[in-house]
Design a protein around this ligand. Structure first.
Ligand SMILES: [Cu+2]
Length: 351
């Protein structure tokens, strides 16, 4: 079988291959679970996508035969990750400061990233992205890290902290070997949207394998009530050619196409958007039929922009806020059409 890159697949519009599952670590290209031609055709017919029950009304099932991945076997579901904020456990010191604690562990885990396509991932707490850690400005944070993976890892947090808590090799606890453990401890600063990821070399591999997550520090005086969601934009290089075969928010391509995100009209929607995509220089988020206020890194309560498209490099993140003025299905996707066609697209179903 010839080596096929995803770019050549797209360019040549190769018919969908057989249904055989890709072998782990195989150098042979896996079958692409979606059909580029069907995607192209779908773009032209517009309506009838999001009917709210996850089934195709006009060919919107982007996976052949309407198949989806086995979320239960994966142990996580992008629809749950969307609204799953991990507040850890807290106790109060005599000084009055709150100590907030989490336990994170790295573990190697095979996940199904597209129907029939298995990927030998490295995970925090058996999910990709890892838990969305959420706290309040000024709290003391304590993250116990156990490395249950066969490979050395760290947790490097974005934000303000002492150098020995930076989670990079050679500084502080440095690289945590398999079976090793450490505790990262620092104050929650500044308020905003941050992220964490492994920082062991080769860095691209340690990130691309799945070791990352969102890290939210709420302002001391909070934020306005909203329908809150987290989207970590990522992708997977399933044939190890340092280019992604699939793209998504919260890991599973087309998850929010197959099952649109339910939201209410005239309700404030707040998206915590993080880009961790490896191997591609930029990523983006585009919303249909609406514009949103954009707060880069979430560090100011004054938006920098009122727009419908933002571009982020790896590590960039921001908070999006808007209210849907109209009911119905509204698309969101990367505005790199290639990423869109390879999975990074979804629908809000507004009622
Ligand atoms: Cu690592």
């Amino acid at each position: 079988m010839p080596q096929l890159s995803r770019r050549r697949l797209l360019a040549a519009s190769v018919p969908a291959l057989g249904g055989a599952a890709a072998a782990l670590h195989s150098a042979v290209p896996h079958s692409h679970p979606w059909d580029p031609e069907a995607q192209a055709a779908e773009h032209s017919h517009g309506g009838g996508h999001a009917n709210g029950n996850g089934h195709a009304t006009g060919g919107h099932a982007n996976f052949r035969d309407g198949r989806t991945v086995d979320h239960r076997a994966n142990g996580f579901d992008p629809h749950e990750i969307l609204r799953d904020f991990d507040w850890g456990t807290t106790r109060r010191l005599a000084s009055g400061q709150v100590v907030r604690e989490w336990e994170l562990y790295a573990v190697d885990k095979e996940i199904e990233v597209a129907p029939g396509v298995k990927f030998a991932a490295w995970t925090y707490n058996q999910r990709i992205p890892g838990p969305t850690l959420r706290c309040r400005e000024g709290e003391r944070l304590r993250i116990s890290f156990v490395n249950g993976s066969q490979h050395p890892h760290t947790i490097h947090f974005h934000g303000i902290h002492p150098s020995e808590m930076d989670g990079v090799p050679g500084v502080g606890a440095g690289t945590i070997e398999p079976g090793g453990r450490t505790v990262y401890e620092f104050d929650a600063l500044p308020a905003g949207l941050h992220l964490y990821h492994c920082h062991v070399r080769p860095l691209a591999e340690h990130i691309a394998k799945g070791l990352y997550g969102a890290f939210i520090v709420d302002p001391a005086d909070g934020r306005e009530d909203a329908e809150e969601m987290v989207m970590v934009m990522n992708g997977f290089d399933t044939n190890f050619d340092r280019a992604n075969e699939m793209y998504a928010a919260n890991s599973i391509p087309f998850a929010y196409m197959n099952q649109p995100i339910q939201v209410a009209r005239d309700t404030l929607v707040r998206i915590y958007l993080v880009n961790v995509l490896e191997y591609d220089l930029i990523n983006s988020f585009h919303l249909h039929g609406n514009l949103f206020h954009y707060y880069p890194t979430g560090t100011s309560k004054t938006p920098s922009e009122f727009t419908d498209t933002v571009m982020l490099c790896q590590g960039q993140r921001g908070i999006l806020e808007w209210k849907f003025a109209h009911p119905g299905p509204f698309m969101f996707h990367a505005h790199q059409s290639e990423f869109t066609e390879l999975g990074w697209q979804g629908f809000f179903e507004v009622t």
